[in-house]
Design a binder for this molecule. Structure first.
Ligand code: PMP
Length: 396
């Protein structure tokens, strides 16, 4: 039965983890893996989450099944956090949705929802993007239309190209958008870019699928969420795929949600039933523990304030590293200024695969073959040697 299978190449980023682990050099820098690290190089459990988990351990009386929608109170809290409790769609009862296993689960449900709504719907995806976006959509049977989003050499967003690509859209096609802190570019649409994209969506009846995996790590929680909130307020329909992996540091607990803004409360009820049915056959119900902890954080004013402060510390550390990289680049005559303007954990540098290989071989610096670096993988001490190594390898 399995004889017809051929081995698939390993995920290049996961392969990088093994290489980094096996590297015996004492000073090595991992800019590959997409997790936040603190100044000690650790990815700790957030204090607010730890306290919530303690409470959960004391108070939880059962681990009996919930349902395909997951923890409904978690969902409501997350919806209000992301959209705002006073968002017109929330107030009007026009938001359907369920808890999902991470942002990945939300994206998969989004794909199912789009396909069940319109079997010939396509999805537009700007490149580069998170490498899992296209496979998730394609596996769900959706035709993916890619268009260039970011010019790595120029470090600029190709908004004209994007708007032109969306001009080819048909009613009910979907458009994948990064809500903030683009992965892997770090470069988001500016206010004018968002307005132009929104106009294109509106003109052609396209449905935005907004991926929110890094809110709170760019300019601040409210600022990072503003474009998604605005689009969800002004367009009749929008799908928001939310991950709690980074901003609650709940990575392996698999916490997320899909929020679907619909045209009416009645439509929301129909969409709700479709989401629950789609979830039922994919994973039956999402894992509970991390979502229950996040719910406790969001429900409790003190824990919520502590979480916000911790998130802000993470954001400030990334912003500081971005400034430090750009300044060290200027001193070394390298053009790294764009890094200071970009947001979130990632930037993609114009490095050839040979340069990336040189960084690893000669300097024990691990970056993705695409040139993507995780800024949060640095410590302030690493900045000078990394910039020096970039100077040596950039020409390769
Ligand atoms: N979207 C983007 C842009 C991501 O980078 C990631 C994870 N790295 C996800 C979604 C999915 O996150 P999760 O681990 O919550 O499934």
């Amino acid at each position: 039965m399995f004889k017809s299978l051929s081995p698939l190449p390993p995920d290049p980023l996961l392969a990088l983890i093994d290489l980094h682990r096996a590297d015996p050099r004492p000073r090595k820098v991992d800019l590959g893996v997409g997790v936040y690290r603190d100044e000690r190089g650790e990815t700790p459990v957030m204090q607010a989450v730890k306290k919530a988990e303690q409470r959960l351990w004391q108070e939880q009386r059962t681990k009996s099944y919930l349902g395909p929608g997951g923890d409904l109170a978690f969902f409501a809290r997350l919806r209000d956090l992301v959209l705002g409790a006073d968002h017109p769609a929330v107030v009007a009862g026009r938001v359907a949705g369920v808890q999902t296993p991470g942002g990945t689960g939300a994206l998969r449900l989004a794909a199912d929802l789009v396909r069940r709504s319109a079997s010939d719907a396509r999805i537009f995806v700007g490149t580069p993007s998170w490498p899992n976006h296209v496979p998730i959509m394609a596996t769900a049977g959706i035709d993916c239309r890619t268009h260039p989003y970011f010019d790595v050499a120029m470090q600029s967003v190709l908004v004209d190209v994007m708007v032109a690509a969306l001009g080819e859209g048909r009613a009910n096609d979907a458009v994948l958008l990064h809500g903030c802190c683009h992965n892997p570019a770090g470069a988001d649409l500016d206010a004018q870019g968002w307005a132009r994209v929104e106009k294109a969506l509106s003109a052609r009846g396209l449905v935005p699928v907004i991926d929110l995996a890094y809110h709170g790590l760019g300019d601040g929680l409210e600022q990072d969420l503003a474009p998604a909130r605005g689009i969800a307020a002004r367009l009749p329909r929008a799908i928001l795929c939310v991950s709690c992996s980074k901003n609650f540091a709940l990575y392996r607990d698999r916490v997320g949600a899909i929020l679907v803004v619909t045209e009416s409360a009645e439509e929301a009820r129909v969409v709700q039933s479709v989401l629950e049915s789609a979830a039922r056959v994919l994973w039956s119900m999402p894992p509970d523990h991390g979502a229950a902890a996040a719910r406790l954080v969001l429900e409790d004013e003190e824990l919520r304030a502590e979480w916000r402060a911790e998130l802000d510390t993470m954001r400030a550390r990334i912003a500081g590293l971005r400034q430090a990289l750009a300044a060290a680049g200027r001193a070394a005559g390298l053009k790294l200024d764009a890094i200071a303007r970009q947001k979130g954990m990632f930037s993609t540098l114009p490095l050839t695969p040979a340069a990336v290989e040189g960084l690893r071989r000669d300097h024990a610096i691990y970056a993705a073959p695409s040139g993507r670096i995780n800024v949060a993988g640095l410590t302030l001490e690493d900045v000078a040697p990394v910039v020096e190594a970039l100077g040596r390898c950039a020409g390769e």
